[in-house]
Design a protein around this ligand. Sequence first.
Ligand SMILES: [Zn+2]
Length: 439
Amino acid sequence: MDTHSKAGHLTTLTVNLTKREEKQIRTVPFHVEPNLEAIRISMKVAASRSPSTIDLGLRDPRGTRGWSGGARSQIVIREETATPGYLPGSLEAGDWAVLLGVYEVPAEGASVELEIEQVLPLPRWIGGDLHSHTVHSDGAFTVDEAANRAQSAGLAFLALTDHNTYSQNLGYPRDTRVLFVPGMELTTYSGHVNLLGVPQPVDDFRVASQADLTHHLKIAQERGALISVNHPFETECSSCAWRWDWDPGPNMDWDAVEVWNGPWREANVLALAWWQSELESGRRRVAIGGSDTHSLENPHIRHGWPTTWVYANRCRRDAILRAIRQGRVFLSYAPSGPTIDLSCGAYRMGDVVPTAETESVTVVAKRLQPDDEIRIVTDRGITQRTLVGLEEVAVDKRIQRHDARFCRVEIWRQFPDVQRRLLAAMSNPLYFGETWGTP
Ligand SMILES: [Zn+2]
């Protein structure tokens, strides 16, 4: 039976295996469509009086793609991750096959139900953490432990941004659903920069002058790294605040700035105010977040606190990085925190809405709590505050543009454990006007 939907193509097959096939491998062919995000296969052996043991494997058009014997009944394959025992890589269209090893079946045979799901890419919000440390620098977690913690927090991706090294990027664990984004925190005594997306972004980390910094950043940029200034206004560490030039060098600019680092505190208040003034002056800067988790020492520093959400059509490194560069990003204080979507007609945060567009701006916020405060911020500051009602867990509101040059959303929440109203989520801006943009 075949079912087609916007999300993909589901085939359900019943395969009857006979006693005579025991100790042989049955090939069950299926056809793979082009442009998939994932292939999911699950196998269920129908209950009978005597048990069966059926092994599972997969073949792609080139050869066997993996084998899990009797150890698994489910497989997921993507381009950059796959169930252990199977190879990630191209999901090329063509003739694939499920391999069923008939290890043991009763005299009357066995009936196996196979579900083959071909998952199409579908634009959606994907959450992860872009800043974390492991034993490869001064963190307490091994890479496996970091992956486990990120996975149980519900994160889809994690960047391991150890200080001035990339040994953490050479060989990620495979028995996790978390997608690793290669990272390195270029750490100088006058500020820190995250280089994301390439395993070895620089050849040397030593920075003694502005020229050294520009030189390294140029190399990272040429290799395709996304460059973000981290915790630029850090107050609790003498070498962490940004003291280099805000101009990274000729023909270069920052791809993003870590406006929200770890728990909401003074350094983030200053970063948010700076970001707002940058936006007001006409610079379109992408705000991202990072937990900067090193260990379990501080109970308020955990993977995904805050979470950076990107609007991408697949959970793949290039799609995640592209979404960040486009500003299709919002941040929430935790993976379970509020979500924000901001649009105007067909345009979404990060986009520039042409002046001729007549639609009003739509804000959709979810996972709200009573008394959350939604702030609409433009180049004139906070233009609207709304308190969420007792029953509301989601709002869908339309606001007029008021000739603003940009519009963004913040959600503030009273957190009982610290008895303070803190930022719970923030969006990147939706910009207005064709020509505006260069300061
Ligand atoms: Zn740092």
